[in-house]
Design a protein around this ligand. Structure first.
Ligand code: ADP
Length: 180
């Protein structure tokens, strides 16, 4: 894949809390019901307020690898894109492809809504136990691909909540950028 310095300058990997990000859309690592959960899902619902759950109730859930969009309510972000990552099952259930599909589904929805800046959490690497070294490579590969092919996308931020996630994404970035 061809990437250049412009591609890299549109990507940031930061440690922080996704609910405070001032971007057009934040991504939620949700579950199939879309009715709220723990981890980043719980944090987003708490920060967005009850309007978010009300809208989520109208969506009829979401398949693993797919995504649905809502408004951002009390969040600084205008939209929340809810995607459902795969639960890690020792790699026996197409998890790599499903995780990649989550990122692609989010970008498809972002494109449809004119979203120019988007923040992702580390999908599936919490309660869903996807190994973060592996997940970070998949995530960044899909993000780079989108940045290269979609010049309308101005900014992608990967928000890492804890140190070990942050380190994993930085290593994956180093590894992938050295292959350019
Ligand atoms: P999943 O069920 O997809 O594994 P989790 O929410 O359990 O989702 O975890 C996904 C990642 O989100 C983990 O790295 C977790 O530490 C992180 N996380 C939890 N809260 C936040 C937050 N407020 N902002 C960003 N990331 C968060």
């Amino acid at each position: 894949m061809q990437t250049d310095s412009k591609t890299y300058s549109r990507l940031s990997i930061v440690q922080g809390d996704i609910t405070t990000q001032t971007v057009d859309a934040i991504v939620n690592a949700a579950n199939n019901s879309l009715l709220g959960g723990g981890g980043v899902d719980g944090a987003i619902h708490r920060a967005a307020g009850p309007g978010l759950l009300k809208e989520c109730r109208t969506l009829g859930g979401c398949e693993t690898g797919s995504a649905k969009i809502t408004k951002g309510y009390n969040l600084p972000a205008n939209y929340v894109i809810h995607t459902v990552g795969p639960v890690w099952q020792e790699g026996a259930n197409n998890e790599d492809a499903l995780l990649a599909k989550c990122y692609r589904s989010c970008f498809t929805l972002a494109g449809k809504h004119g979203i120019k800046s988007i923040a992702f959490p580390s999908i599936s690497t919490g309660v869903y136990r996807f190994p973060v070294d592996r997940a970070s490579r998949i995530a960044l590969k899909e993000i780079y691909h989108e940045l290269v092919t979609n010049i309308k996308l101005e900014r992608v931020i990967v928000i890492c909540f804890d140190n070990s996630t942050f380190d994993a994404y930085l290593s994956a970035e180093k590894e992938l950028s050295s292959k350019k």
